[in-house]
Write a protein that binds this ligand. Structure first.
Ligand code: MET
Length: 498
C-alpha cells in the first residue's frame, strides 16, 4: 500500500495549525492561565515554548518525515523497543479523543443556546444541572444524556466522514475551509471585546505578571502541559501528520510557522475572551480574578453570562464564539484520531476504512461515559492526569531517549536539509539538557504533590481509577500493542529512503 500524502505544503501547515489550534486555545488556555496566577502564567508559558514547544515540534516533524510512519512505527525505526513509547503516546491520544469529542459537542449545543440566550440568567445552573445533569460524584453516572447525545453523534459523524476521505481529500480539505473561517470568527470576538468598556481590566489581568506565583512547581507543570497540549506534541499527532509530507520539505520553517500561528492565535483568542470578561467585571463591579477563576466552566458558564451582559447583538456574538470553538475543536479532533489511526494502519497493514472503523468504534464506546451525568467530573480528572502526567511524561521519555540514546545530530541535519534557515546546536541543547532537566524536576515535584493532596478533592477511588488508572492504562496499552504481532518486519524498513 502506498502511503497517503499531503497535496501541498500549505495544506500540511494548515492541518498542523488546525491540530494545534483547538479547544486548548479557546477553552483551556484562559482557565489554565486564570487558575495559575493569570499573568504569572505567561512567564513559564513562554519559557516552555522556547525550551520545549518549538524544539520538540521540530523534532517530531523531523522524525515523522524521516521515518515516514505514525508514532509507533517511527519510534520502532529509531530503535526496535521504542515502539512501546509510540503506543504509549497513541494511547494518550486515544483517551484525549474520548473526552475531547464531548467538549466539541457541548460547543455545538451552545451555538444554538447562544442564539436566544437559552441559558437564562443563571448560566451555572443551566450548564451543570440542566444541560449536563451533573451528579454529585464521579461514580454516579446517572444514565446517558439524550440532549448531549445528539450533538455528540453529529460531531463523531463529521469526524468519521472527514477521516474516511484520507489525508489530502479529507483532512487537508477540511482545514482549508475551517481554519480561515476560524480566524475570521475569532476576529469578530476580539473586535467586539476590545471595543467594550472595561476590556482593559481583563487584559491587565491576563498580561500583568504576579511574580509570587511563579515559584510554584504546579504553575510550571501546568505551563508545560498547556504547551504540549496546545501544540499537539508528545502524543503522536505531529509525528503522524509529518509522516505524510513529501520528501523535500522545509521542516524548520514549517515548525516555526505552526508554533507562531498557534501561540499567536492563543493570545489573540485570549484577548477576545479576557476583554469580554473585563467588560463583565466592569458592569458587575467585581474584580476580573473572581470571574475568570471558573475552571473548565469558563467558556460554558462565565462566557454565556458575559454574552448576557452585552449591550447588543448578543445572539450573534455568542453564536460566533461557539462556532469558533466548534471549528477549532473539529480540526484538532480529526488530528488526534489520525494519530492513533496511523499507528494501527501501519502496524497491522490495514486499509484506512477498516482501521478507522476499529479506532473510532473503540473510542466511541468509551467516550459515552462523557455523555453521562458525571461526565464533567470524569473529564476533569482524565484531562488533568492525561495532560500533567501522560503527555508530560511521554514527552520527557521522548526527549531523553532521542536526546541521549539516538544520533540527535542526524535529526538536526535532516530537519535542516531543505530548510530556508538552519537550526543551530542550541536545538540539541534544549532537547538534551534543558527540557529533560526542567520537565523531569517539575514532573517529580508534581507527582509528590498529587500523592500528598488528591486533585480537587475528588474521592480517592475515582482518582485512582480515572486518573492514575488511565495513566497506567496508557503504559499497559503500550506494552500490549508493542508485543502484538503485526507488520513489524516491514516496519523495520522505511518504505522510502528520504
Ligand atoms: N492542540 C489541541 C488543542 O489545543 C489539542 C490536541 S488535539 C485534540 O486543543
Amino acid at each position: 500500500m502506498s502511503r497517503d500524502q499531503w497535496g501541498t505544503r500549505l495544506g500540511f501547515i494548515l492541518a498542523a495549525v488546525g491540530s494545534a489550534i483547538g479547544l486548548g486555545n479557546i477553552w483551556r488556555f484562559p482557565y489554565v492561565a486564570a487558575s495559575n496566577g493569570g499573568g504569572a502564567f505567561l512567564f513559564p508559558y513562554f519559557f516552555a515554548i522556547i525550551t520545549a514547544g518549538i524544539p520538540i515540534l521540530i523534532l517530531e516533524f523531523a522524525m515523522g518525515h524521516k521515518f515516514r510512519g505514525g508514532a509507533p512505527i517511527t519510534f520502532s525505526r529509531m530503535k526496535k523497543q521504542w515502539e512501546w513509547l509510540g503506543w504509549f503516546q497513541s494511547a494518550v491520544a486515544f483517551f484525549i479523543t474520548t473526552y475531547y469529542v464531548a467538549v466539541v459537542a457541548w460547543a455545538v449545543s451552545y451555538i444554538f443556546f447562544a442564539m436566544t440566550q437559552a441559558w437564562g440568567t443563571d448560566t451555572k445552573t443551566f450548564f451543570f444541572a440542566q444541560y449536563l445533569g451533573l451528579t454529585d460524584s464521579p461514580w454516579k453516572f446517572g444514565g446517558l444524556r439524550m440532549n448531549i447525545l445528539l450533538p455528540f453523534i453529529f460531531v463523531w459523524t463529521i469526524s468519521y466522514y472527514i477521516l474516511s476521505k484520507g489525508i489530502k481529500g479529507g483532512i487537508e480539505k477540511a482545514n482549508k475551509i475551517l481554519i480561515p473561517a476560524l480566524v475570521v470568527l475569532t476576529g469578530v470576538i476580539v473586535i467586539r471585546g476590545l471595543t467594550l468598556p472595561g476590556a482593559i481590566d481583563g487584559l491587565n489581568y491576563l498580561f500583568t505578571p504576579q511574580w509570587d506565583k511563579i515559584l510554584q512547581p504546579k504553575v510550571w507543570v501546568a505551563a508545560y502541559g498547556q504547551i504540549f497540549f496546545s501544540l499537539s506534541i508528545a502524543f503522536a499527532i505531529m509525528i503522524a501528520y509529518s509522516s505524510y509530507l513529501p520528501p523535500k520539505t522545509d521542516i524548520v520553517n514549517s515548525a516555526f510557522i505552526t508554533a507562531f500561528s498557534n501561540h499567536g492565535f492563543e493570545l489573540f483568542a485570549a484577548t477576545g475572551v479576557f476583554s469580554v470578561l473585563g467588560y463583565m467585571a466592569h458592569t458587575q463591579g467585581v474584580p476580573v480574578s473572581e470571574i475568570a477563576s471558573a475552571g473548565v466552566g469558563l467558556a460554558f458558564i462565565v462566557f454565556p453570562k458575559a454574552i448576557n451582559a452585552l449591550p447588543a447583538l448578543k445572539g450573534f456574538v455568542g453564536a460566533t464564539f461557539f462556532t469558533a470553538l466548534f471549528f477549532a475543536g473539529m480540526t484538532s479532533l480529526i488530528s488526534i484520531i489520525e494519530a492513533f489511526l496511523a499507528g494501527i494502519m501501519d502496524k497491522f497493514n490495514l486499509p484506512r476504512q477498516k482501521a478507522l472503523n476499529i479506532c473510532m468504534g473503540a473510542s466511541f464506546v468509551i467516550s459515552l461515559i462523557f455523555v453521562t451525568g458525571s461526565g464533567l467530573m470524569v473529564l476533569d480528572i482524565v484531562d488533568y492526569f492525561v495532560n500533567n502526567f501522560g503527555i508530560v511524561i511521554g514527552g520527557l521519555i521522548e526527549v531523553i531517549l532521542v536526546g541521549w540514546f539516538f544520533d540527535l545530530e542526524s535529526l538536526r541535519k535532516h530537519a535542516n536539509e531543505y530548510s530556508d534557515f538552519a537550526i543551530g546546536s542550541w536545538w540539541n541543547l534544549m532537547i538534551k539538557f534543558i527540557t529533560p532537566l526542567f520537565l523531569g524536576f517539575m514532573t517529580f515535584q508534581n507527582i509528590i504533590e498529587n500523592i500528598k493532596k488528591p486533585y480537587e478533592g475528588y474521592p480517592l477511588s475515582a482518582l485512582l481509577a480515572m486518573g492514575w488508572g488511565v495513566f497506567a492504562a496508557c503504559f499497559i496499552l503500550g506494552i500490549v500493542f508493542y508485543s502484538m504481532k503485526g507488520n513489524n518486519d516491514v516496519m523495520l524498513q522505511p518504505t522510502k529512503e528520504v
